[in-house]
Design a protein around this ligand. Structure first.
Ligand SMILES: [Zn+2]
Length: 352
């Protein structure tokens, strides 16, 4: 019985950041006892980074092959699983944005082998977390799996991140501003487990990004590095908590609701959760003006026009958000049912 009370914390302890960090991959794999691996990437990321990861491994005398991910869904996960099995891969290496890393993470979990996370853009916290977002048809599943066995952040690629993806990554960190408050609320109202330390890490990441929101204008490289550190910290917070609770609250539910109602939207994950943070910080009675100002500084969308999602969709998403998953948040306190109520809130924070 006592064993049930044991809280297991799994974290990544191999982390390399800096210009040319890719070179460390063979060493990381060797430490894991891996001599045959499989690179999971996109068509573009194969050209940008995947090929050089492969070269680096072949030069070290290791076996390596690759496969292209088209969509972050269970079909692609199955394809990667099959191909990796044929090649007798002992580890997967997710190279690219969140999509490729999520597919590698999910396939590695199913194959019961380790994976490395090699992000080329810092667009969300999935680069360092045990969580993955995978589509099952139209439905987006949020899975809690294993953290990466190693994270390799090569600044050679990351420092070239287009501003929009940098801002989206910052948006996903800002989301912790409301996610932690939702978690505290769940402890208060539902007696849910709350990890003080994980909550603090997550809040710290959000406040560092908010305080340094304009840094990218003067020193892009150092701003990207700071963001990567914040994203890795968020991954740690989730590992320590044993769930995505410290990083994902009502603002994420709002983003999931948008994806469900309007899957054709072209907004990035970080852009949608940042908009959600603006709404939820208002509902939580927090400093939503600070959030709006920060979104502006970071060039993140602050209203329906900028995010290119119709007003009606955002209204529907705000009503639906409470029901997209079973997680107690501010939305369970406010219970928005009528269109007029949602409309009033969105107008109050100048989103519509
Ligand atoms: Zn997120």
């Amino acid at each position: 019985m006592l064993l049930r009370k044991v809280h297991v914390i799994k974290t990544s302890w191999r982390i390399a950041t800096g210009e040319g960090a890719t070179k460390i991959i063979p060493k990381f794999l060797e430490e894991l006892g891996v001599y045959s691996s499989f690179v999971v990437c996109g068509e573009n990321t194969l050209k940008i980074a995947g090929r050089s990861v492969e070269k680096c491994l072949t030069r070290s005398g290791m076996e390596v092959a690759h496969a292209i991910v088209e969509k972050p869904d269970l079909i692609n996960v199955k394809v990667i699983e099959k191909k990796a099995k044929i090649k007798k891969a002992q580890a997967l290496i997710g190279v690219g944005g969140g999509k490729n890393i999520d597919v590698a993470k999910t396939a590695a979990f199913k194959l019961k082998i380790p994976y490395l996370s090699v992000p080329t853009i810092p667009s969300h916290d999935g680069i360092a977390s045990p969580c993955s977002s995978i589509f099952k048809g139209r439905k987006k599943l949020s899975l809690f799996l294993e953290p990466p066995a190693g994270i390799v952040v090569d600044m050679k690629y990351l420092s070239k991140t287009p501003l929009r993806y940098f801002s989206a990554g910052a948006g996903d960190v800002i989301a912790k501003y409301t996610a932690v408050t939702d978690w505290e609320l769940a402890r208060e109202r539902k007696n849910e487990y709350y990890g003080e330390y994980a909550g603090k890490i997550s809040s710290l990441a959000a406040s560092v990004i908010i305080e340094n929101a304009s840094r990218y204008k003067e020193d892009y490289k150092s701003a990207v590095r700071l963001l990567v550190e914040a994203l890795i910290s968020c991954g740690y917070a989730m590992s320590i908590a044993g769930s995505s609770r410290p990083c994902s609250g009502s603002e994420h539910s709002f983003a999931h609701a948008i994806d469900f109602i309007y899957p054709e939207n072209q907004a990035l994950h970080g852009e949608k959760v940042a908009l959600g943070t603006l709404i939820m910080s208002y509902l939580q009675g927090k400093d939503y003006e600070l959030i709006r100002k920060t979104l502006g500084t970071l060039n993140l969308p602050k209203n329906y026009r900028e995010i290119k999602i119709p007003k009606e969709i955002l209204i529907k998403a705000l009503i639906k958000a409470r029901k997209v998953r079973r997680r107690y948040t501010i939305l369970d306190e406010i219970k928005i049912k009528k269109k007029s109520e949602a409309e009033k809130i969105l107008k109050r924070v100048s989103i519509i």
